[in-house]
Design a protein around this ligand. Sequence first.
Ligand code: SF4
Length: 349
Amino acid sequence: MDEPGPAASAPTAESVVERIAGMQERVHILTGAICNNNCIFCMEEDRDGRYETNSQTTDETVRWITGLNRNTEEVCFTSGEPTTNPSLARWVKIAHDQGIRRISVMTNARALSHEPTLRRLLAAGMTRFYVSIHGHDAKLHESLTRTPGSFDQTLGGIDNIRKYKSRGIELHTSTVITRRNLPHLGEIYRFLRAHGVDQVVFNVMQANGRANTYFERIFPPYTEIAAGAKAFLDEQGAIEAQVPAFLVDIPLCTTTALPDFNRGYVERYAHYEPPTAAAEQLIPASRLASRTIEREDQKAVKVTRSDLDDAQRQKRAACATCRYDASCEGVWTNYLKRYGWDEFVPVPA
Ligand code: SF4
């Protein structure tokens, strides 16, 4: 997967704290063992491990998980590049037949430049697309995907999805912020909006996987990212009353200068995976039994986003005095190793 869940909110007058408190849990279905891009910041560096986990998803798994979660607000197919999996349309149909109302995919959309492929997903019940695109031209985008030709195909996918918006299909994008594209947020935003994108999400990297391996080359400090976002939003805010762009996965103490509306957040989600030692390590032993589900010869463990956060993020004692403490997931340990705590000043209540 290129990047974790864009989770921008729909236009609302609620504060970011209220929006975070009101989040519903979504369900992720791990579809991909393969990706046709090679992004420099991909957090799924352990491709062999991913193959082992994700290749165990079957029709029965999808039917089982979606049947258990019929009331979820969204089922999202993700991990690897879901469109490279020939089962995807069939799995979307299974989720649809279970009564899931919103079915989405995180995708680089290259395969969707082939319109019949897109139409198959729409016919099966797909309703929302989160398209990963990291620049407003081929040079910038492909310097990050490291895949020649990927920009034209991704843009072709976006332009195809756009044609179906009048039928209620939603088109969101996810742009991972790096040192290279940070100076171009405004150009990227305007380019994507001109191509019909409803919500433009700027995702700050998770300091894991390749983003950790290449950290010094690509990961800007949060305060630089917040300053870049503010400059873009000030400029764009003079043109549009409400700018549908969201900065996601950055501690809120570093974004107090941004309009509250544009401060996004990482969605609350869970996925299910086989009960390997790696999966079980993420979950406190006291909760493991309540997180394990079984049927016939199948067993799976429910892993939440908070499990991943708790394992790899930190807070310090002063965070207890911060007005965002309850909403904040903490700071990536791998980020703190490079930049330390100086940027993270608790915000008084
Ligand atoms: S709790 Fe800590 S890291 Fe989180 S926003 Fe507040 S000061 Fe920043």
